[in-house]
Ligand binder design. Structure first.
Ligand SMILES: [Zn+2]
Length: 66
C-alpha cells in the first residue's frame, strides 16, 4: 500500500508523465481509501485543466496600440 507521501508524489507526476501500470493501480487503490489524497488529486486536476484552458499570455488588448 502506498503512503500518502508516495500517493501525492505519483499524483503530481501523473500530470507530466504516464505512470506505469503498477503505479496507477497502487495510486487508485490508495485514492479509494484515502479522502485526503482524493481531494489533493481533484485540486491537481483542476489546476492542470485551468493551465491548459487559460495559458499565460499577454492580453490581446495590449497589442492594439502601435
Ligand atoms: Zn493518502
Amino acid at each position: 500500500m502506498l503512503t500518502c507521501k508516495e500517493a501525492t508524489r505519483l499524483t503530481s507526476e501523473a500530470q507530466d508523465r504516464d505512470l506505469a501500470m503498477m503505479e496507477t493501480l497502487g495510486l487508485e487503490l490508495h485514492l479509494m481509501i484515502c479522502s485526503g489524497c482524493r481531494r489533493y488529486r481533484e485540486q491537481m486536476d483542476f489546476l492542470h485543466q485551468a493551465c491548459q484552458h487559460h495559458p499565460v499570455r499577454p492580453a490581446p488588448d495590449e497589442k492594439k496600440s502601435p
